[in-house]
Design a protein around this ligand. Structure first.
Ligand code: FAD
Length: 213
């Protein structure tokens, strides 16, 4: 955070302090935001500017990495990739993969289209040991409309006081507890489906973002 602030990231503030909010399962408000709901764009712009201004960093854009290259000792010595000029090899002393997650392996996901797990797969092919693959974050609150993208309904809504209701009656809350963690929400949906209470969990829920106070 200090580094991001030092680079000029304009996090929202209240009375000279960074404004924070809660997410599901949190007991302390520790989610910062910038320009309201534009946090991701603001941080990305700051990082991109810093990278562009750093003369030691050479940027190659729109380049798709296909595989890692290894030598006889199984050390990574570069990558093979492709852009609109064709296949290219880039040799390197050190290689860091930052290719994101694998949420697109699932039919229903709020993850971006690029989260295909291809970087994880190429690391595996090169002989890397993978770990913690079982940790996959699912947001339980999603806009669920047939044919539409699964847009995420931000967890900070619950942190700000929004509550989940059954569709049948706006008086019947799904949770009494204030802001249960993601996994508790998912478990409750699954339990209701197993009990035959809802054919499709998301359809049984509505967000009410009127503040409770
Ligand atoms: C809807 C949504 C809301 C979120 N909100 C928040 C939030 O409020 N706060 C928060 O902290 N986090 C949030 N997150 C999580 C956060 O966005 C991710 O944790 C973070 O972006 C992961 O960063 P990353 O660099 O690991 O991967 P990514 O941001 O996914 O970046 C990976 C990059 O690698 C590129 N790539 C992949 N494969 C290749 C290849 N073969 N060759 C070349 N390039 C490749 C991709 O195109 C992509 O640009 C949110 C996520 C989602 C989906």
């Amino acid at each position: 955070m200090k580094q991001l602030l030092g680079w000029g990231t304009e996090f929202d503030q209240i009375d000279g302090h960074i404004a924070t909010t809660l997410e599901g399962g949190h007991t302390h408000a520790r989610v910062a935001h910038a320009h309201g709901d534009e946090t991701g764009r603001i941080i990305a712009e700051v990082l991109i500017r810093e990278i562009r201004e750093n003369p030691k960093i050479k940027i190659i854009e729109n380049f798709y990495v296909i595989d890692l290259l290894t030598n006889d000792d199984n050390e990574c010595i570069g990558i093979i990739g492709q852009d609109n000029r064709g296949r290219q090899i880039i040799w390197s002393a050190n290689t860091i993969l930052a290719t994101g997650g694998a949420g697109q392996l699932y039919r229903e996901t709020t993850n971006p289209e690029v989260a295909t797990g291809d970087g994880i797969a190429m690391a595996y092919r090169a002989g890397a040991v993978l770990q913690d693959l079982e940790f996959m974050q699912f947001h339980p609150t999603t806009l669920y409309i047939a044919g539409a993208s699964r847009a995420l309904i931000t967890e900070t809504l619950r942190g700000e006081g929004a509550v989940l209701f059954r569709r049948s009656t706006l008086r019947q809350r799904i949770f009494c507890k204030k802001i249960p963690a993601y996994f508790r929400v998912v478990r409750k949906f699954r339990h209701r489906r197993q009990q035959g209470l809802d054919s499709c969990p998301p359809k049984c829920t509505l967000y009410d973002w009127r503040r409770k106070d």
